[in-house]
Design a protein around this ligand. Sequence first.
Ligand code: BJ8
Length: 424
Amino acid sequence: MATDYRPMWKSIGIDLKAHDQLLQALPPTYKDVYMDQENRPDGMEYFDFVINEIHGLRIQELQGHKAKGGKVIGAFCVFVPEEIVRAAGGICIGLCSGIKIGAAQAEKVLPRNICPLIKSFMGFKLAKVCPYFESCDMVVGETTCDGKKKAFEILHDYVPVHMMETPQMKREKDKSLWRSEVQDFLIRVEEFTGNKITFESLQRSVKEVNEKRKALLRMADLRKNNPAPISGKDSLLIEQIAMYDDVERFTAKVGELCNELENRVKEGKGVQGSDAPRIIVTGTPMAIPNWKVAHIIESSGAVIVAEELCTGLRYFENIVPENGENVNQMVSDIAGRYLSINCACFTPNEGRMEKLVQLAKEYKADGIIHCSLAFCDPYLVEANRVEKVLKENGIPLLKIETDYGQEDSGQLITRIEAFLEMIK
Ligand code: BJ8
Protein backbone atom coordinates (compact mmCIF):
# COMPACT_ATOMS: atom_id res chain seq x y z
CA MET A 1 0.00 0.00 0.00
CA ALA A 2 1.30 3.45 -0.90
CA THR A 3 2.47 5.55 2.04
CA ASP A 4 0.15 8.37 3.04
CA TYR A 5 2.35 11.47 3.09
CA ARG A 6 -0.51 13.89 3.70
CA PRO A 7 0.10 14.23 7.47
CA MET A 8 3.74 15.11 6.72
CA TRP A 9 2.78 17.66 4.04
CA LYS A 10 0.21 19.19 6.37
CA SER A 11 2.73 19.43 9.19
CA ILE A 12 5.10 21.49 7.03
CA GLY A 13 2.38 23.90 5.93
CA ILE A 14 1.48 22.59 2.46
CA ASP A 15 -1.90 23.64 1.05
CA LEU A 16 -3.20 20.11 0.49
CA LYS A 17 -5.91 21.04 -2.00
CA ALA A 18 -3.58 23.00 -4.28
CA HIS A 19 -0.93 20.30 -3.85
CA ASP A 20 -3.38 17.58 -5.00
CA GLN A 21 -3.91 19.53 -8.22
CA LEU A 22 -0.16 19.71 -8.77
CA LEU A 23 0.36 15.98 -8.24
CA GLN A 24 -2.51 15.14 -10.56
CA ALA A 25 -0.80 17.09 -13.33
CA LEU A 26 2.50 15.20 -13.00
CA PRO A 27 1.90 11.46 -13.48
CA PRO A 28 0.17 11.51 -16.92
CA THR A 29 2.89 13.82 -18.27
CA TYR A 30 5.59 11.55 -16.95
CA LYS A 31 4.01 8.46 -18.42
CA ASP A 32 3.62 10.06 -21.84
CA VAL A 33 7.09 11.54 -21.92
CA TYR A 34 9.12 8.84 -20.21
CA MET A 35 7.47 5.46 -19.80
CA ASP A 36 6.56 5.07 -23.47
CA GLN A 37 10.17 5.36 -24.66
CA GLU A 38 11.70 2.33 -26.36
CA ASN A 39 15.09 0.82 -25.54
CA ARG A 40 15.39 2.52 -22.15
CA PRO A 41 18.33 1.40 -20.01
CA ASP A 42 17.25 -0.72 -17.01
CA GLY A 43 19.17 1.66 -14.76
CA MET A 44 16.44 4.28 -15.29
CA GLU A 45 14.29 2.36 -12.85
CA TYR A 46 15.84 4.18 -9.89
CA PHE A 47 15.20 7.60 -11.43
CA ASP A 48 11.59 6.67 -12.24
CA PHE A 49 11.25 5.70 -8.59
CA VAL A 50 12.66 9.06 -7.48
CA ILE A 51 10.08 10.88 -9.61
CA ASN A 52 7.34 8.64 -8.33
CA GLU A 53 8.36 9.61 -4.80
CA ILE A 54 9.17 13.20 -5.68
CA HIS A 55 7.20 14.69 -2.79
CA GLY A 56 7.41 11.60 -0.60
CA LEU A 57 10.56 9.77 0.39
CA ARG A 58 13.04 12.57 -0.25
CA ILE A 59 10.92 15.00 1.75
CA GLN A 60 10.79 12.45 4.54
CA GLU A 61 14.60 12.31 4.44
CA LEU A 62 14.85 16.10 4.59
CA GLN A 63 12.44 16.20 7.52
CA GLY A 64 14.43 13.46 9.26
CA HIS A 65 17.59 15.53 8.80
CA LYS A 66 15.85 18.59 10.27
CA ALA A 67 14.49 16.60 13.20
CA LYS A 68 18.10 15.84 14.13
CA GLY A 69 18.95 19.54 14.09
CA GLY A 70 20.23 19.67 10.50
CA LYS A 71 19.48 22.55 8.12
CA VAL A 72 18.14 22.49 4.57
CA ILE A 73 19.26 25.28 2.27
CA GLY A 74 17.58 25.94 -1.08
CA ALA A 75 19.21 27.39 -4.19
CA PHE A 76 17.95 28.78 -7.48
CA CYS A 77 21.17 28.88 -9.38
CA VAL A 78 24.11 26.60 -10.12
CA PHE A 79 26.38 29.32 -8.71
CA VAL A 80 25.54 28.36 -5.13
CA PRO A 81 28.41 26.18 -3.80
CA GLU A 82 26.87 22.97 -2.51
CA GLU A 83 30.27 21.99 -1.06
CA ILE A 84 30.02 24.70 1.59
CA VAL A 85 26.52 23.73 2.71
CA ARG A 86 27.54 20.08 3.00
CA ALA A 87 30.77 20.91 4.84
CA ALA A 88 28.62 22.47 7.58
CA GLY A 89 26.39 19.38 7.77
CA GLY A 90 23.56 20.95 5.75
CA ILE A 91 21.67 19.66 2.73
CA CYS A 92 21.54 21.84 -0.38
CA ILE A 93 18.62 21.42 -2.78
CA GLY A 94 17.71 23.09 -6.07
CA LEU A 95 14.38 24.90 -5.99
CA CYS A 96 13.84 25.96 -9.60
CA SER A 97 10.64 24.58 -10.97
CA GLY A 98 9.46 23.99 -14.50
CA ILE A 99 5.70 24.07 -14.16
CA LYS A 100 3.12 26.83 -14.26
CA ILE A 101 1.70 26.86 -10.77
CA GLY A 102 0.42 29.55 -8.43
CA ALA A 103 0.57 32.04 -11.31
CA ALA A 104 -2.36 34.05 -9.93
CA GLN A 105 -0.63 34.45 -6.55
CA ALA A 106 2.74 35.19 -8.18
CA GLU A 107 1.20 37.90 -10.37
CA LYS A 108 0.04 39.74 -7.25
CA VAL A 109 3.66 40.48 -6.41
CA LEU A 110 5.40 40.22 -9.80
CA PRO A 111 4.74 41.73 -13.23
CA ARG A 112 2.83 39.45 -15.62
CA ASN A 113 5.57 39.62 -18.22
CA ILE A 114 8.39 38.01 -16.30
CA CYS A 115 10.27 34.81 -17.07
CA PRO A 116 8.25 31.68 -16.19
CA LEU A 117 11.04 30.31 -14.00
CA ILE A 118 10.82 33.29 -11.65
CA LYS A 119 7.03 33.31 -11.72
CA SER A 120 7.01 29.60 -10.99
CA PHE A 121 9.26 29.72 -7.92
CA MET A 122 7.29 32.63 -6.50
CA GLY A 123 4.04 30.80 -7.27
CA PHE A 124 5.31 27.67 -5.53
CA LYS A 125 6.11 29.62 -2.40
CA LEU A 126 2.96 31.73 -2.30
CA ALA A 127 0.63 28.84 -3.15
CA LYS A 128 2.40 26.60 -0.57
CA VAL A 129 2.56 23.61 -2.88
CA CYS A 130 6.24 22.71 -2.83
CA PRO A 131 7.41 20.52 0.09
CA TYR A 132 11.02 21.27 -0.90
CA PHE A 133 10.45 24.98 -0.50
CA GLU A 134 8.59 24.41 2.77
CA SER A 135 11.47 22.23 4.03
CA CYS A 136 14.03 25.01 3.51
CA ASP A 137 15.33 26.88 6.54
CA MET A 138 16.99 29.45 4.29
CA VAL A 139 17.27 30.05 0.56
CA VAL A 140 20.16 31.52 -1.37
CA GLY A 141 19.53 34.09 -4.07
CA GLU A 142 21.98 35.63 -6.52
CA THR A 143 22.27 38.75 -8.61
CA THR A 144 22.51 36.97 -11.95
CA CYS A 145 19.61 38.55 -13.84
CA ASP A 146 17.48 41.56 -12.91
CA GLY A 147 14.24 39.63 -12.60
CA LYS A 148 15.71 37.15 -10.16
CA LYS A 149 17.58 39.63 -8.01
CA LYS A 150 14.50 41.82 -7.53
CA ALA A 151 12.23 38.78 -6.97
CA PHE A 152 14.49 37.67 -4.10
CA GLU A 153 13.69 40.91 -2.24
CA ILE A 154 10.02 39.90 -2.33
CA LEU A 155 10.79 36.28 -1.48
CA HIS A 156 12.61 37.49 1.63
CA ASP A 157 9.19 38.50 3.03
CA TYR A 158 8.29 34.79 3.19
CA VAL A 159 11.55 32.94 3.88
CA PRO A 160 15.06 34.02 4.99
CA VAL A 161 17.12 34.78 1.87
CA HIS A 162 20.90 35.07 1.75
CA MET A 163 22.02 36.98 -1.34
CA MET A 164 25.27 36.30 -3.19
CA GLU A 165 26.49 38.98 -5.54
CA THR A 166 27.44 37.22 -8.74
CA PRO A 167 29.64 39.43 -10.90
CA GLN A 168 28.62 40.30 -14.46
CA MET A 169 32.16 40.16 -15.85
CA LYS A 170 35.17 37.90 -15.32
CA ARG A 171 38.05 40.33 -14.77
CA GLU A 172 40.52 40.00 -11.87
CA LYS A 173 38.48 42.41 -9.72
CA ASP A 174 35.31 40.41 -10.45
CA LYS A 175 37.11 37.23 -9.43
CA SER A 176 38.11 38.74 -6.10
CA LEU A 177 34.58 40.03 -5.51
CA TRP A 178 33.21 36.55 -6.14
CA ARG A 179 35.83 34.96 -3.92
CA SER A 180 34.79 37.25 -1.08
CA GLU A 181 31.13 36.40 -1.71
CA VAL A 182 31.92 32.70 -1.38
CA GLN A 183 33.88 33.43 1.81
CA ASP A 184 30.92 35.43 3.23
CA PHE A 185 28.61 32.58 2.29
CA LEU A 186 30.80 30.17 4.25
CA ILE A 187 30.57 32.39 7.34
CA ARG A 188 26.79 32.77 6.94
CA VAL A 189 26.35 29.00 6.59
CA GLU A 190 28.49 28.39 9.69
CA GLU A 191 26.39 30.85 11.69
CA PHE A 192 23.15 29.47 10.35
CA THR A 193 23.93 25.80 10.98
CA GLY A 194 25.94 26.40 14.14
CA ASN A 195 28.66 24.14 12.68
CA LYS A 196 32.23 25.21 12.02
CA ILE A 197 33.56 24.31 8.59
CA THR A 198 36.92 22.62 9.00
CA PHE A 199 39.59 21.72 6.49
CA GLU A 200 38.56 18.06 6.80
CA SER A 201 34.82 18.69 6.38
CA LEU A 202 35.40 20.92 3.36
CA GLN A 203 37.84 18.50 1.82
CA ARG A 204 35.32 15.69 2.25
CA SER A 205 32.42 17.65 0.77
CA VAL A 206 34.52 18.81 -2.20
CA LYS A 207 35.33 15.17 -2.93
CA GLU A 208 31.70 14.07 -2.59
CA VAL A 209 30.35 16.75 -4.90
CA ASN A 210 33.21 16.13 -7.35
CA GLU A 211 32.25 12.44 -7.41
CA LYS A 212 28.71 13.43 -8.34
CA ARG A 213 30.04 15.64 -11.14
CA LYS A 214 32.41 12.94 -12.35
CA ALA A 215 29.57 10.42 -12.57
CA LEU A 216 27.56 12.89 -14.66
CA LEU A 217 30.61 13.63 -16.81
CA ARG A 218 31.03 9.90 -17.42
CA MET A 219 27.43 9.71 -18.59
CA ALA A 220 27.98 12.76 -20.82
CA ASP A 221 31.06 11.12 -22.33
CA LEU A 222 29.15 7.95 -23.17
CA ARG A 223 26.64 10.02 -25.12
CA LYS A 224 29.39 10.93 -27.58
CA ASN A 225 28.96 7.45 -29.08
CA ASN A 226 26.79 6.76 -32.07
CA PRO A 227 24.19 5.39 -31.55
CA ALA A 228 23.69 7.26 -28.29
CA PRO A 229 23.17 4.71 -25.48
CA ILE A 230 20.64 6.86 -23.60
CA SER A 231 18.04 9.39 -24.67
CA GLY A 232 18.38 13.10 -24.06
CA LYS A 233 15.13 13.05 -22.12
CA ASP A 234 16.44 10.46 -19.67
CA SER A 235 19.74 12.32 -19.37
CA LEU A 236 17.90 15.57 -18.67
CA LEU A 237 15.84 13.84 -16.01
CA ILE A 238 18.98 12.57 -14.28
CA GLU A 239 20.54 16.05 -14.44
CA GLN A 240 17.40 17.54 -12.90
CA ILE A 241 17.31 14.94 -10.11
CA ALA A 242 21.02 15.65 -9.38
CA MET A 243 19.95 18.92 -7.80
CA TYR A 244 17.97 17.51 -4.94
CA ASP A 245 18.71 13.82 -4.46
CA ASP A 246 21.02 12.44 -1.78
CA VAL A 247 24.51 13.03 -3.18
CA GLU A 248 26.12 9.68 -2.43
CA ARG A 249 23.14 7.54 -3.41
CA PHE A 250 22.67 9.51 -6.62
CA THR A 251 26.35 9.18 -7.51
CA ALA A 252 26.22 5.41 -7.01
CA LYS A 253 23.08 5.06 -9.14
CA VAL A 254 24.53 7.12 -11.99
CA GLY A 255 27.66 4.94 -11.77
CA GLU A 256 25.57 1.76 -12.10
CA LEU A 257 23.71 3.25 -15.04
CA CYS A 258 26.99 4.18 -16.73
CA ASN A 259 28.22 0.56 -16.39
CA GLU A 260 25.12 -0.49 -18.28
CA LEU A 261 25.61 2.26 -20.88
CA GLU A 262 29.20 1.13 -21.41
CA ASN A 263 27.95 -2.35 -22.25
CA ARG A 264 25.39 -0.89 -24.61
CA VAL A 265 28.13 1.02 -26.39
CA LYS A 266 30.20 -2.17 -26.75
CA GLU A 267 27.16 -3.95 -28.21
CA GLY A 268 26.37 -1.00 -30.49
CA LYS A 269 22.94 -0.68 -28.82
CA GLY A 270 21.31 2.73 -28.84
CA VAL A 271 18.02 4.46 -28.12
CA GLN A 272 17.64 5.48 -31.78
CA GLY A 273 19.27 4.28 -35.00
CA SER A 274 22.77 5.58 -35.80
CA ASP A 275 21.24 7.73 -38.57
CA ALA A 276 19.13 9.79 -36.11
CA PRO A 277 20.06 13.49 -36.20
CA ARG A 278 22.25 14.37 -33.20
CA ILE A 279 21.17 17.56 -31.43
CA ILE A 280 22.69 19.73 -28.71
CA VAL A 281 20.26 21.83 -26.69
CA THR A 282 21.46 25.14 -25.27
CA GLY A 283 19.85 28.03 -23.42
CA THR A 284 17.92 28.58 -20.20
CA PRO A 285 17.61 25.84 -17.57
CA MET A 286 14.89 23.17 -17.96
CA ALA A 287 13.74 22.52 -14.41
CA ILE A 288 11.53 19.57 -13.44
CA PRO A 289 9.00 18.88 -15.00
CA ASN A 290 9.85 20.97 -18.04
CA TRP A 291 10.48 18.25 -20.61
CA LYS A 292 8.46 19.87 -23.38
CA VAL A 293 11.13 20.74 -25.94
CA ALA A 294 13.25 17.63 -25.27
CA HIS A 295 10.17 15.48 -25.78
CA ILE A 296 9.27 17.18 -29.06
CA ILE A 297 12.84 16.89 -30.39
CA GLU A 298 13.13 13.19 -29.62
CA SER A 299 9.58 12.37 -30.70
CA SER A 300 10.51 13.90 -34.05
CA GLY A 301 13.18 11.22 -34.58
CA ALA A 302 16.31 13.05 -33.34
CA VAL A 303 18.44 12.26 -30.32
CA ILE A 304 19.74 14.92 -27.93
CA VAL A 305 23.38 14.17 -27.16
CA ALA A 306 24.21 17.05 -24.78
CA GLU A 307 22.60 19.91 -22.87
CA GLU A 308 24.59 23.14 -22.67
CA LEU A 309 22.23 24.16 -19.87
CA CYS A 310 22.37 24.66 -16.11
CA THR A 311 20.31 21.48 -15.97
CA GLY A 312 23.14 19.91 -17.93
CA LEU A 313 26.82 20.47 -18.57
CA ARG A 314 27.05 23.86 -16.86
CA TYR A 315 26.13 22.12 -13.62
CA PHE A 316 28.74 19.40 -13.67
CA GLU A 317 31.62 20.31 -15.98
CA ASN A 318 34.83 21.42 -14.24
CA ILE A 319 35.60 19.95 -10.88
CA VAL A 320 37.07 21.67 -7.82
CA PRO A 321 40.80 20.90 -7.30
CA GLU A 322 41.15 18.49 -4.39
CA ASN A 323 44.68 19.41 -3.38
CA GLY A 324 43.90 22.65 -1.50
CA GLU A 325 46.12 22.87 1.60
CA ASN A 326 43.84 24.90 3.83
CA VAL A 327 40.29 26.27 4.01
CA ASN A 328 41.30 29.57 2.39
CA GLN A 329 42.81 27.90 -0.61
CA MET A 330 39.85 25.59 -0.96
CA VAL A 331 37.46 28.56 -0.87
CA SER A 332 39.47 30.14 -3.71
CA ASP A 333 39.36 26.88 -5.67
CA ILE A 334 35.61 26.57 -5.15
CA ALA A 335 35.07 30.19 -6.21
CA GLY A 336 37.22 29.62 -9.29
CA ARG A 337 35.28 26.55 -10.34
CA TYR A 338 31.92 28.30 -10.07
CA LEU A 339 33.04 31.44 -11.86
CA SER A 340 33.92 29.34 -14.89
CA ILE A 341 30.16 28.74 -15.50
CA ASN A 342 29.14 30.37 -18.78
CA CYS A 343 25.84 32.00 -17.79
CA ALA A 344 24.43 34.58 -20.23
CA CYS A 345 24.35 37.02 -17.31
CA PHE A 346 28.07 37.64 -18.04
CA THR A 347 29.29 40.11 -20.58
CA PRO A 348 31.04 39.27 -22.74
CA ASN A 349 30.34 35.54 -22.58
CA GLU A 350 32.78 34.23 -25.15
CA GLY A 351 33.32 31.05 -23.11
CA ARG A 352 29.81 29.88 -24.01
CA MET A 353 30.38 30.45 -27.74
CA GLU A 354 33.68 28.56 -27.68
CA LYS A 355 32.07 25.79 -25.67
CA LEU A 356 29.23 25.34 -28.14
CA VAL A 357 31.60 25.01 -31.09
CA GLN A 358 33.76 22.55 -29.14
CA LEU A 359 30.72 20.50 -28.04
CA ALA A 360 29.35 20.31 -31.59
CA LYS A 361 32.65 18.75 -32.67
CA GLU A 362 33.10 16.44 -29.68
CA TYR A 363 29.54 15.12 -29.75
CA LYS A 364 29.38 15.02 -33.57
CA ALA A 365 26.21 17.12 -33.46
CA ASP A 366 24.24 17.76 -36.63
CA GLY A 367 22.66 20.88 -35.20
CA ILE A 368 22.02 23.00 -32.11
CA ILE A 369 18.66 24.12 -30.74
CA HIS A 370 18.79 27.32 -28.70
CA CYS A 371 15.87 27.30 -26.32
CA SER A 372 15.10 30.39 -24.21
CA LEU A 373 12.35 30.96 -21.76
CA ALA A 374 10.12 33.90 -22.69
CA PHE A 375 11.19 37.27 -21.25
CA CYS A 376 14.69 36.01 -20.42
CA ASP A 377 16.70 38.96 -21.73
CA PRO A 378 20.19 37.52 -21.10
CA TYR A 379 19.63 34.38 -23.20
CA LEU A 380 17.31 35.90 -25.78
CA VAL A 381 19.80 38.68 -26.53
CA GLU A 382 22.81 36.36 -26.39
CA ALA A 383 21.14 34.11 -28.99
CA ASN A 384 22.37 36.69 -31.52
CA ARG A 385 26.04 36.01 -30.61
CA VAL A 386 25.41 32.28 -30.61
CA GLU A 387 23.88 32.50 -34.08
CA LYS A 388 26.80 34.52 -35.43
CA VAL A 389 29.48 32.18 -34.08
CA LEU A 390 27.68 28.98 -35.12
CA LYS A 391 27.15 30.37 -38.60
CA GLU A 392 30.86 31.15 -38.91
CA ASN A 393 31.55 27.54 -37.95
CA GLY A 394 28.93 26.03 -40.25
CA ILE A 395 26.81 24.62 -37.42
CA PRO A 396 23.03 24.70 -38.09
CA LEU A 397 20.97 26.47 -35.42
CA LEU A 398 17.30 26.72 -34.54
CA LYS A 399 16.23 29.44 -32.06
CA ILE A 400 13.15 28.84 -29.92
CA GLU A 401 11.43 31.01 -27.33
CA THR A 402 8.89 29.24 -25.15
CA ASP A 403 7.31 29.05 -21.70
CA TYR A 404 5.82 26.48 -19.34
CA GLY A 405 2.49 26.26 -21.17
CA GLN A 406 1.60 23.67 -23.81
CA GLU A 407 -0.16 26.13 -26.13
CA ASP A 408 2.82 26.51 -28.46
CA SER A 409 3.51 22.76 -28.78
CA GLY A 410 1.98 22.50 -32.27
CA GLN A 411 4.06 25.38 -33.55
CA LEU A 412 7.22 23.98 -31.93
CA ILE A 413 6.64 20.56 -33.49
CA THR A 414 6.35 22.15 -36.95
CA ARG A 415 9.51 24.23 -36.52
CA ILE A 416 11.59 21.43 -35.01
CA GLU A 417 10.52 18.92 -37.64
CA ALA A 418 11.39 21.39 -40.41
CA PHE A 419 14.80 21.99 -38.82
CA LEU A 420 15.52 18.25 -38.55
CA GLU A 421 14.46 17.75 -42.14
CA MET A 422 16.80 20.54 -43.20
CA ILE A 423 19.88 19.12 -41.41
CA LYS A 424 19.30 15.48 -42.43
S1 BJ8 B 1 23.91 30.27 -13.97
S2 BJ8 B 1 21.23 30.37 -16.38
S3 BJ8 B 1 20.80 28.90 -13.11
S4 BJ8 B 1 21.14 32.47 -13.56
S5 BJ8 B 1 15.76 32.07 -17.33
S6 BJ8 B 1 15.82 33.48 -14.08
S7 BJ8 B 1 18.55 34.10 -16.36
S8 BJ8 B 1 15.33 35.56 -16.81
S9 BJ8 B 1 18.09 30.85 -14.69
FE1 BJ8 B 1 20.15 30.70 -14.45
FE2 BJ8 B 1 22.12 30.65 -12.69
FE3 BJ8 B 1 22.52 31.67 -15.10
FE4 BJ8 B 1 22.22 29.08 -14.81
FE5 BJ8 B 1 16.85 35.06 -15.24
FE6 BJ8 B 1 16.74 34.05 -17.67
FE7 BJ8 B 1 14.74 33.59 -16.02
FE8 BJ8 B 1 17.19 32.49 -15.60
